[in-house]
Write a protein that binds this ligand. Structure first.
Ligand code: 3PG
Length: 327
């Protein structure tokens, strides 16, 4: 399905949220389990003409919907799992329960921000959950571009109108943040709020491991990784990949399992391979999108690291530009 963007208020941040990403903790679709996996979802396809990428319309001062020129033939994609949450600390199944970060989680998010502080970011996607949003915002406080991340709101027409930004210059110094429930953690069903260790004692380590790491097996009344991939990868393909195809650099702050499903898609992992994929909290991962392919570039360790900038000329130039602006 193509991205649907409201064009009523072109120029307003709020008018550019894909209409299928309205933040809602328990969207109708996720309660309608099981969701069938969409055919061919794991193929990387070119942007279709009917898709209207978010950033393109966001930065356009006119009411035209004509696609703007492609910025570059490559783009960076950074993925960050949120920092430690209060329920990670207590070892509780969290899923779609909206729990904030611990102090350690805040520090992890800031550290992640330092590590990506000279990698370009034009657009941010987060889940609708506060732990992912806190992580994105805290990370961006460290970015050397000094742009202001602004959350877009489309929950009502008033929310859209009242959050309008009237200065083109100010808009240029801002980074739109789009919150999408599709990037939420897998819905953990009847395990939400239970202690992971106690659950393993009660149901057996093997059973709990299958619920947590298998691709097809859902936890009781919850989403399997496959179901989570159905909505997270579809959202990625419909709303994020078109931005990358235009040369826009994207940061995604999300969750262990929504990101595992996206990484499965990016790295073309099999349902067997993904079972051993583990993501640490607050760890940024960098991909380069070029020629319709995703190239995994590991985890940037910080602006002093030579390796990351040797990956592409474009990243090296961006970093150099930041250095020149600050000197
Ligand atoms: O939702 C949760 O409990 C965690 O964030 C991820 O859980 P997992 O380690 O069982 O995938």
């Amino acid at each position: 399905m193509a991205t649907v963007v409201s064009h009523q208020l072109i120029g307003s941040f709020a008018s550019h949220i894909p209409s299928n990403s309205k933040p809602s903790l328990f969207p109708k679709e996720s309660m309608n389990l099981p969701i069938k996996f969409r055919q061919n979802r794991f193929k990387i396809e070119a942007t279709t003409a009917s898709q209207t990428p978010v950033l393109e319309t966001l930065l356009s001062p006119s009411k035209t919907t004509t696609p703007s020129k492609k910025k570059s033939n490559e783009a960076s994609l950074i993925l960050i799992r949120h920092g430690e949450s209060l329920w990670n600390e207590k070892n509780l199944f969290t899923g779609c329960v909206d729990v904030p970060l611990t102090e350690k989680g805040v520090a992890e998010a800031i550290q992640a921000g330092k590590r990506i502080s000279t990698i370009p970011v034009d657009l941010i996607f987060t889940s609708s959950l506060i732990r992912a949003q806190m992580t994105a915002m805290l990370a961006m406080t460290q970015h050397r571009c000094k742009k202001v991340p602004i959350i877009l709101h489309d929950e009502s027409e008033k929310a859209q109108t009242w959050s309008h930004v009237f200065s083109e210059e100010t808009r240029k110094q801002s980074i739109p943040v789009i919150a999408a429930w599709q990037l939420n953690e897998r819905m953990y069903g009847e395990l939400q709020g239970l202690n992971k260790e106690e659950t393993a004692e009660r149901y057996g380590t093997q059973q709990v491991h299958e619920w947590r790491r298998s691709y097809h097996i859902p936890p009781p009344k919850g989403e399997s990784l496959e179901m989570c991939a159905e909505r997270a990868v579809a959202y990625f393909e419909d709303n994020i990949q078109p931005e990358l195809a235009l040369g826009n650099n994207v940061l995604i702050a999300a969750h262990g399992n929504s990101l595992r499903s996206i990484i499965m898609y990016l790295d073309k992992l099999t349902s067997q391979e993904v079972t051993s994929l583990e993501l640490s909290t607050g760890l940024p991962l960098l991909y380069i999108f070029k020629d319709r392919k995703f190239m995994r570039r590991g985890s940037p360790v910080g602006p002093t690291e030579a390796g990351v900038y040797a990956y592409t000329k474009r990243l090296a130039q961006y970093r150099q530009k930041l250095d020149e602006t600050l000197n």
